[in-house]
Structure formats: structure tokens, C-alpha cells
Design a protein. Structure first.
Length: 452
């Protein structure tokens, strides 16, 4: 019961980074809806549970060392993210903290990142750059947790934007007793689309999501930033977040296309079946000629058959045609049948198209020395996911990878020469050792012969 309850509350279950089995044992796919998503969809929250100041207080707890009840705070934030406007406000706060920490280490601002840090919440960290890096790590860990456990989060990320003023406000909000910036109302707002089964999470993007202030561009910038370049843990988390976002966004579009194909196939089969049934009815009407013999309607319920018994054959035929026409109109007006401009992949493509040079940050990781196998593997996964989600970026990505290959040719040649020299030295040593052993054997044989 405990496991089922945790699954219903969204505290467990597969996420966009991997498949598995849901709470009822059904098979789920990588990038599909998780237990938290199903709970959020069932709840259909229209009003927020907390206001902006309360949410800011929860996010401020990420600055404490050690964090309060590690693992519990992200779960609380995950459940609060069931409300769409609260989800947007939470993600903007997390990524604003990430940008503030990055700019603090790069010397571009964010000097308040060291406020409200340490075991005593009334002290300021003596090393703001170290505090900023740890704050960035906490924000990334929380964002990765949310993206792994909710496809609603991972598909909303490409539609968000965080400006430099947002980063400054987030850094200043770390002070004890700080409130929301004046430009924001304390109320988060209601969800006008609560309960809409066909809503697309990236359909309402922020103004700067396609530019340098977009979250996708921010994550790519973090990969190449001097603030995080020496720290493998930060790079690993950024790559995990990018991988979750790209895979979940790709799954959303693939699932939409697959559903459309299934519906199209079902519509075609239905049309063929209806045409065949109509031909059969006409043939029976011509051969039998009586109303009692042509009144067969195998798919109608008893109430409809009773009503049809009072109508003539032409009236029943016209009624069936009207019903089929209504069904066709309902299928055409069904929500969810639209182009790709409202999907998360469209936001990712727009962000990459604004400056394809950002892709060089991922390629640079593959050409660096001293990283872990996990970082190399995740960087390769992100490269493949980028090429899959944004086909137009493949040329720029291939050029960046080729540049890394050319820059490492001399190192590769030197390594090959070292290997060749080592192998040659080994063969020479082996030959020398063999000659000495042969001479020893010959001397021993000569000594034995002289003694005989």
C-alpha cells in the first residue's frame, strides 16, 4: 500500500530519462507521462496552493548547508508543480539562480549569491564564488529531479526564458526575509487551461525563449562557461537536464504523429466498413424489397432500434447518414490535431536557430581531457538528441565536431607514435631477452658435453 500511495502522489515512477512500469504495472515509455503527471492531470488544479513569497521561501532553502531533509524538498516542489503557473514560477526561480551563480563566477554580477548560506542562516558566505557554485548545483539537482519525474516539467523548459534582471532579483532574494520583486504580484495566478486534455505545454512561450535568454541557450552557455568548466559534477547535471528535455520533447512529437497515424488508419477502415455495409443494405433492399428485411442495424442499441421501427426505410437511411456526418465533424474538430509549431521541439529549434555556435559547447566536451566516462557518454547522447530533435542543426554540429577532431590530430598522432615506440621497444627487449636465453642454453649444453 505504501508503494502504491507514493506512486499516486507522484513520489516515484519512471521519468523522461527512462521507461519502466507504472504504478499499476503497465508498460511506460521513455519520455512519456509519469506518475506525477497522471496525478497532476487528475487533480486539474486551477488555483495555486502557495503564493510567490511562499514559493520563494521554499527555493531559498536550497541555500542552506546541509539541505533540510535531503530529498524531501524536491518532492514538495514536484507536487506544487502540478499547478501550471506555479510550475513556471518555480522553474524560472531555479534557472534564475543558475544564471546568477554563473555570472557571479564569471564576474558579471550576482554578488548576493553568498547571502543566507551556511549552518547559521544569519551569516554570509565568505567565499561568494564557492557559494554560487554550490547554489547552482542545488538548483541543477532540483531541476533534474523535476524533469526526470515529470514530463510536464521537461517539456515546459524549452518555452521559458530568464533575463539578467531575473538573475539579479534571484540573487537578491537570497537575503533573509526578502520578498518577491516589486515587478511581480505576490499571487501566482490561476490556470485557465486546467482540465484540458489536449493542452501543449510549450504553446505559450516566454518572449525571449528563442534568444540568448532562453533556458536551452542558458544550459548550452553553462556547458562552455568558465564557472563550471573545471567542475565535472556541474557538467554532468547540465547534460542530464538537457538529455531529459530533448528526449521528452522528441517523444511528445513522436507520440502525436503515432496517434495521428492510428486515427487515420482507423478512419480509413471505418469508411471502408461503412461503405461495405451501405452496399450490403442497398443490395438487400433491392432483392428483398420489404422494410422488415432491411431494418437490420447491428451497431444500434435497443432504444434506437425501437425508434427506427416507427420510421420508414428512407428515413432510417437518412438518419444513419446524418449520424455518420456528425461523427466526421467531431473527428475534424477534435483538439490536438495541429502542426508542430506548438510543440516543445519547435521551441528548441528556434533557440538553436538563433545561434548555432552554441552547439560548439557540447562538441568541446567530447574533445576535452580529464572528464569522466559518464560525462563523455552523456555529451554523446546530447549530441545525438540534438541532431534528432533539430535536423537543421546537424551541419553546425558536424562542423563543431570536425573542428574538435582537427584540433586533436596532433595529440592523436603523438599518442600513436608513443604506442608505436612502446611496441617497438617491447619487441626489441623481447628479442634481446630471447638471444640471451639462447646463449645461456648453448653454454649450458657445451658445459654438459665437456663434463661427459
Amino acid at each position: 500500500f505504501s508503494r502504491q500511495l507514493r506512486t499516486m502522489l507522484g513520489l516515484s515512477g519512471p521519468g523522461p530519462l527512462g521507461g519502466g512500469r507504472g504504478g499499476r504495472g503497465e508498460r511506460t515509455w521513455a519520455g512519456g507521462e509519469t506518475a506525477a503527471d497522471r496525478a497532476a492531470k487528475a487533480a486539474s488544479l486551477a488555483s495555486p496552493v502557495v503564493d510567490r513569497d511562499a514559493l520563494l521561501t521554499l527555493v531559498r532553502l536550497l541555500r542552506l548547508a546541509p539541505p533540510p531533509a535531503k530529498g524531501l524538498l524536491p518532492k514538495v516542489l514536484l507536487n506544487l508543480a502540478a499547478h501550471a503557473p506555479t510550475r513556471d514560477a518555480l522553474l524560472r526561480l531555479l534557472f534564475a539562480n543558475l544564471r546568477a551563480a554563473m555570472e557571479a563566477n564569471e564576474g558579471g554580477g550576482g554578488g548576493d549569491c553568498g547571502a543566507l548560506y551556511g549552518r547559521d542562516v544569519h551569516v554570509v558566505c565568505s567565499k561568494p564564488d564557492a557559494a554560487a557554485r554550490l547554489l547552482a548545483k542545488r538548483a541543477l539537482e532540483t531541476a533534474v529531479f523535476l524533469a526526470r519525474h515529470s514530463a510536464f516539467v521537461s517539456r515546459r523548459i524549452p518555452a521559458l526564458a530568464v533575463t539578467s534582471s531575473d538573475a539579479s532579483d534571484a540573487a537578491a532574494a537570497g537575503a533573509l526575509g526578502a520578498k518577491s520583486p516589486p515587478k511581480f504580484a505576490n499571487e501566482i495566478g490561476t490556470d485557465d487551461l486546467a482540465g484540458d486534455r489536449f493542452r501543449l505545454l510549450a504553446a505559450r512561450p516566454d518572449a525571449g525563449s528563442a534568444g540568448s535568454d532562453g533556458v536551452v541557450a542558458l544550459l548550452l552557455r553553462c556547458l562552455g562557461s568558465t564557472a563550471f568548466a573545471p567542475h565535472v559534477g556541474h557538467l554532468d547535471l547540465i547534460l542530464q537536464l538537457l538529455d531529459a528535455t530533448l528526449k521528452s520533447s522528441a517523444f511528445e512529437l513522436e507520440h502525436h504523429v503515432r496517434v495521428l497515424r492510428i486515427r487515420r488508419t482507423a478512419d480509413e477502415e471505418g469508411k471502408k466498413a461503412r461503405k461495405k455495409a451501405e452496399e450490403k443494405r442497398k443490395k438487400e433492399a433491392e432483392t428483398r424489397g420489404t422494410a422488415a428485411e432491411i431494418a437490420e442495424a447491428p451497431e444500434e442499441d435497443d432504444a434506437t432500434l425501437a425508434m427506427d421501427g416507427e420510421r420508414t426505410a428512407p428515413e432510417r437511411t437518412a438518419l444513419r447518414e446524418d449520424r455518420e456526418k456528425d461523427r466526421e465533424e467531431d473527428r475534424e474538430e477534435e483538439p490536438g490535431r495541429h502542426g508542430t509549431e506548438d510543440f516543445a521541439v519547435a521551441r528548441i529549434r528556434e533557440a538553436l536557430a538563433s545561434d548555432y555556435a552554441r552547439l560548439s559547447a557540447v562538441a568541446t566536451l567530447l574533445g576535452r581531457d580529464g572528464l569522466t566516462d559518464s560525462v563523455y557518454a552523456k555529451a554523446a547522447d546530447v549530441c545525438r538528441a540534438l541532431a534528432d530533435v533539430a535536423p537543421a542543426s546537424r551541419d553546425a554540429l558536424a562542423s563543431a565536431l570536425s573542428a574538435q577532431v582537427r584540433s586533436r590530430i596532433e595529440d592523436a598522432t603523438a599518442n600513436l607514435e608513443s604506442v608505436r615506440f612502446t611496441a617497438a621497444a617491447g619487441r626489441t627487449m623481447g628479442a634481446t631477452t630471447g638471444a640471451k636465453e639462447a646463449e645461456a642454453e648453448a653454454a649450458a649444453a657445451a658445459a654438459a658435453a665437456a663434463a661427459a
